[in-house]
Unconditional design. Structure first.
Lengths: 221, 578
């Protein structure tokens, strides 16, 4: 009995020793890891500080001005002047929505429970999209519809900005959209009218290609 | 062995002891007690220590091990949070030559990392008998990593901060600069040596506040716009220098303060780069005290209105010269026999202003100017301001009253003038200029609201039909007053014939004053016409107009009425016609 106890004790001592040894090393490893992480955190903080300062340096006013001058032909930016302030009241209202007979018929059919197939795919012309992005991206999003239809028109709407592309929108959504767009380009005058005219010409067609909108009006420069 | 042998003995002996312990073996007892006490003490100490360790929070003594550059100097940002002054971590490399195992190989390797240091130089450094040598400072993070990769003993890095001004020249005069002081291994202490850096040195060095940036009232965008406008005007008019200030009339917050020529604060010129105004470090807006000329007529008129001596419509004689002792004060151009107070300011009549000043009297005039802070340095938060004391006549005679009424004989900085105009514009409460966002509360009342209103109307007249016509920026209701002052000669005898300080002090919009703009050009000449023109109306005024046109929209000031709205109303018509 005593021997068993002694043997068990010895075993226990060995086990505890092993466990302590293990814990000891694990602790040391953990501490080393903590040190490493601390150093890394400090390093990242430093990096962040360097990047922050560099960002501020790259955005210093005289460098931005130089860049704007260098890219003047593409950006056409001018210093903001007093004439840039717009007025909500002077934002032009969109033309009244025109009722497309085909659309009305489809809506009536849907209401009556008819099955309307899901819209065809829209394809975005990458070249046109790239060209638009250079333009500043504010103007229009060139969506070419493979097949026309009410659902397509609705799909194209959120991307198409400007009063010219508002055909087919739910009437109550229009003023809000027009407001948002017109705030971006308040002094838009002649061109937007032309665009609207073009759209009028094609909106009745079943296969409609939303026309490429005019570039930002010359008047802005 | 002895123990085992002794045990039976002791067992036998114990019954005997039971009776005579104290007498028989007193020494044994005493020893026993001592040993018990010693053990108790030892175990007690261990127990206390264990208890203390169990109770206390586990804490790592390693935190201090990282030698980061602490404390960091606080950052400076503009009113919108854009960085104006920041710290960049940098390192310096030093060595303990005694600890180097192989100095020659180390020197060779280091020479590879620092191409601009010769190996011989490094060998000399690393084999020196000193305990400590600076090898190189500062070094870039990449160089530091390369040195670390060498794994050579005896090389150490000291962390330190470098002050960097990302905004560049835009706010050079305002931030000032720093220099290194008490350079140690761990860090070099940076001490402000000019501008905001020096004025707020304590606050910026305070480790407890290193985290929150010092936010200035400056708007970097507006500052840059002002700098561009002034640079263009300086080169157009061949001026020696220029300064432009825009100040909020309610809080005294300085939105822009530009002084040209300026400098890059990352390569700050030293004091040896020129004396006085010739040094690019010279801040004309604060340090430059000038006789600013006719702009002072505004203050004289305001005093006369405030004291109830006149109303804007009171007619004052302007047809003849005012003779004071041996001096006669005349007008530059022929004036009508009498002019109203409004017209005295609009047509800038010296004789009319002098007659007003003589009615105000020297004592009251000094009182007003003193309360406006015209005799003391401006209490603005840059270190140079305290030393820029206005120059006033040593004895205030009657002729002093007369000439100071139209801006000669008293030299103040453009910032003094801005503060005085802001005081007049904000309803008459004293404005103390400030470079810190938030500014100062309006102080004591110097002019009544009524005087303020009347003066704003007069200043508007100057722009709508007087000398300031070219600053009539539509929609902003600019009001202001020109001042063209001959510069005093260097030798102190009289004035230069063809060197002027042209100043325009503007308030906009006059119906609800928001900002004061003061632009001053040093020796401008407009040579575009048949004869050179130096008057402020053709130099400082167009500059101010351009500055207001550029900066007012940046400050979010909407123009009122006029052309803008009319132009936009066209838009709906063109759409509807389709």
């Amino acid at each position: 009995m005593k021997r068993l106890l002694a043997a068990l004790s010895v075993l226990a001592v060995v086990a505890i020793a092993a466990w302590t040894y293990d814990i000891n090393y694990r602790t040391k490893n953990a501490l080393r890891e903590v040190d490493r992480l601390r150093a890394e955190i400090a390093m990242r903080h430093e990096e962040q500080q360097v990047l922050r300062v560099e960002w501020a340096y790259l955005n210093r006013p005289d460098r931005l001005k130089r860049l704007v001058e260098m890219n003047n032909d593409r950006l056409g930016l001018v210093p903001i002047g007093p004439e840039r302030f717009g007025d909500v009241a002077s934002v032009p209202f969109p033309p009244p929505p025109e009722v497309d007979p085909l659309e009305a018929a489809l809506a009536a059919a849907t209401a009556a429970g008819a099955f309307i197939p899901t819209p065809a795919k829209t394809s975005i012309d990458p070249a046109a999209a790239a060209a638009e992005r250079l333009d500043g991206g504010v103007a229009f999003f060139p969506v070419r519809l493979a097949a026309g239809g009410p659902a397509d028109a609705a799909l194209a709407l959120p991307a198409a900005v400007g009063p010219a592309a508002n055909h087919g929108a739910a009437p109550d959504a229009e003023p809000a959209l027009a407001l948002a767009s017109a705030e971006v380009e308040a002094p838009q005058t002649q061109e937007s009218g032309n665009a609207a005219a073009q759209t009028d010409a094609v909106s009745g067609a079943v296969v409609a290609a939303v026309p490429m909108p005019p570039r930002r009006p010359e008047a802005l420069r | 062995m002895t123990d085992i042998a002794a045990t039976p003995q002791r067992r036998q002996a114990s019954p005997k002891n039971r009776t005579g312990r104290a007498t028989a073996r007193p020494r044994d007892d005493w020893r026993l007690m001592l040993i018990v006490a010693v053990f108790m003490l030892c175990y007690g100490a261990v127990a206390v220590r264990m208890g203390a360790m169990a109770i206390s929070e586990p804490e790592e003594p390693r935190l201090a091990g990282y030698g980061g550059a602490e404390p960091v100097r606080g950052e400076i940002v503009d009113r919108n949070g854009a960085l104006i002054a920041a710290n960049l971590p940098a390192w310096s490399l030093y060595a303990h030559p005694a600890e180097l195992k192989d100095p020659l190989a180390t020197a060779q390797e280091l020479a590879g990392i620092f191409p601009d240091m010769s190996e011989a130089e490094l060998v000399r450094l690393l084999t020196s008998r000193n305990d400590f040598v600076w090898v190189r400072r500062p070094i870039t993070p990449r160089q530091k990593a390369a040195v670390q990769d060498l794994g050579r003993p005896g090389l150490f890095f000291g962390a330190r901060d470098m002050r960097f001004y990302p905004a560049g020249q835009a706010a050079a005069h305002i931030v000032g600069g720093v220099r290194a002081q008490s350079e140690g291994v761990r860090h070099a202490e940076l001490v402000g040596s000019g501008g905001i850096e020096r004025y707020f040195d304590e606050r910026l060095r305070d480790p407890a506040r290193a985290g929150d940036a010092l936010r200035l009232s400056i708007d970097l965008g507006a500052q840059q716009a002002m700098r561009e406008v002034l640079s263009a005007e300086v080169s157009r008019l061949g001026a020696k220098g220029a300064t432009g200030i825009i100040m909020n009339v309610r809080t005294g917050e300085i939105v822009t303060m530009v002084s040209l020529p300026d400098f890059d604060p990352n390569a700050r010129p030293s004091a040896a780069d020129g004396k006085g105004a010739a040094n690019p470090r010279f801040n004309r807006a604060v340090q430059g005290v000038y006789e600013l000329g006719s702009v002072f007529k505004v203050l004289t008129a305001a005093m006369a209105l405030e004291l109830g001596i006149v109303t804007p419509e009171t007619m004052v004689e302007t047809g003849s010269a005012v003779v004071i002792g041996r001096n006669a004060i005349r007008d530059m151009h022929r004036m009508p026999e009498t002019l109203s107070v409004t017209d005295i300011v609009v047509r800038s009549s010296n004789t009319g202003t002098t007659r007003l000043a003589l009615k105000i009297g020297a004592e009251r005039m000094r009182g007003f100017l003193d309360r406006l802070g015209m005799f003391d340095p401006v209490p603005v938060e840059i270190s140079e301001a305290a030393r820029a004391r206005p120059l006033k006549p040593p004895r205030w005679s009657e002729i002093s009253t007369a000439t100071i009424s139209f801006g000669h004989g008293l030299s103040v900085s453009p910032l003094h003038l801005s503060a005085a105009f802001a005081t007049l514009a904000n309803g008459g409460q004293k404005v103390v200029p400030s470079l810190i966002r938030g500014g100062n509360q309006p102080g004591e009342r110097i002019f009544s609201e009524r005087t303020s209103r009347e003066m704003m109307a007069i200043l508007r007249e100057v722009v709508s039909r007087g000398t300031g016509r070219r600053t009539n920026v539509e929609g902003y209701e600019v009001g202001g007053k020109t001042g063209t002052a001959d510069k005093p000669r260097q030798d102190g005898r009289g004035y230069e014939k063809d060197k002027v300080i042209a100043t325009f002090a503007a308030v906009f919009p006059t119906s609800a004053p928001a900002y004061v703009a003061v632009i001053s050009l040093d020796e401008p000449v407009d040579r575009s016409g048949p004869r050179p023109i130096r008057e402020a109306s053709r130099t400082a005024v167009p500059a101010t107009a351009e500055a207001i046109r550029r900066i007012a929209p940046l400050l979010g000031l909407r123009p009122k009425g006029g052309r803008v709205a009319a132009e936009l109303k066209v838009a709906p018509v063109s759409v509807a016609s389709n």
